[in-house]
Design a protein around this ligand. Structure first.
Ligand code: MRU
Ligand code: ZN
Length: 256
């Protein structure tokens, strides 16, 4: 999807105004995307990741092409299932579009991760740790030889089981950093370029803004986001002490 196509997404939602289609969001299952977006946004709010309406999360319904997207400009911790937009990934048409809202400005970025990476969920936070790392580091955030790295996928798959192989303790995690733009949807081109250039990455940091993290399932995306946030916070502390976060084991002694 090109950035100019992305601008049309809000228009497309407008075409479907009035399609309340409550069956898409009425479920007693707490793991249904309409319910899970609400509960996860509360958790994220208390981590300072989605305060002041910033950030959000989109989840794809298992074994379907339906993606759930929150409205734009609302307090994310107060979301209700009936506030959700539902889009068919194949047609990019909204199956459900609440009349009083516009879909999240992050929608074209969420769609890029679904389409280019086969994601099952995408998390966007305004984590201060991501913002600090983007101020400290250049085009990449790199951190090595820290136990928590083992929670992040390496981009490689086990030939026999087909399962993702995570980074090892001795590996270096690399996350691209792209420049921010005046409007969230204008980030799409930069994000798509980073997705193409870093096929192993499961996250992209946006300078002075936050981070996008995705995974094959919502549970994995949540784990990756938590682990990366931990590593970004640690990297800022290491940097404050003069220790490069990607230094070799034992080399930290040269800096402290
Ligand atoms: C504090 S405004 C933040 C927005 O411009 C944007 O960066 C964001 O993350 C959320 O966009 P939204 O359209 O409300 O889902
Ligand atoms: Zn944002």
């Amino acid at each position: 999807m090109s950035p100019c196509e992305c601008g049309k997404l809000a228009e497309k939602a407008g075409e479907n105004v009035g399609t309340s289609r409550d069956e898409f969001v009425s479920s007693s299952d707490p793991r249904h995307p309409a319910n899970l977006i609400c509960s996860l946004c509360k958790t994220f709010y208390y981590n300072n990741w989605v305060t002041g309406t910033g950030g959000g999360i989109s989840i794809k319904l298992n074994d379907s092409s339906h993606v759930y997207i929150a409205p734009s400009g609302v307090q994310k911790e107060q979301l209700q299932p009936e506030d959700m937009f539902v889009m068919d990934l194949n047609t990019e048409k909204y199956l459900r579009a609440p009349e009083k809202y516009k879909p999240s400005a992050c929608t074209p970025l969420f769609l890029s991760c679904y389409k280019q990476r086969g994601a099952g969920a995408v998390i966007h936070t305004h984590s201060q740790h991501a913002v600090m790392c983007s101020l400290i580091f250049g085009d990449e955030f790199r951190i090595a030889n820290i136990e928590q790295i083992k929670a992040i996928p390496s981009g490689k798959r086990d030939g026999a089981t087909g399962k993702d192989i995570n980074l090892s303790f001795f590996d270096t995690l690399v996350i691209p950093i792209i420049e921010n733009t005046a409007h969230e949807e204008d980030l799409t081109e930069g994000l798509q370029e980073a997705l193409a250039k870093y096929p192993a990455a499961t996250a992209v940091i946006v300078r002075r803004h936050g981070i996008y993290v995705w995974g094959p399932s919502v549970d994995k995306a949540k784990v990756y986001n938590e682990a990366i946030d931990y590593l970004m916070e640690l990297a800022v502390k290491m940097h404050q002490l003069g220790i490069p976060p990607d230094c070799a084991i034992g080399a930290e002694k040269e800096y402290v």
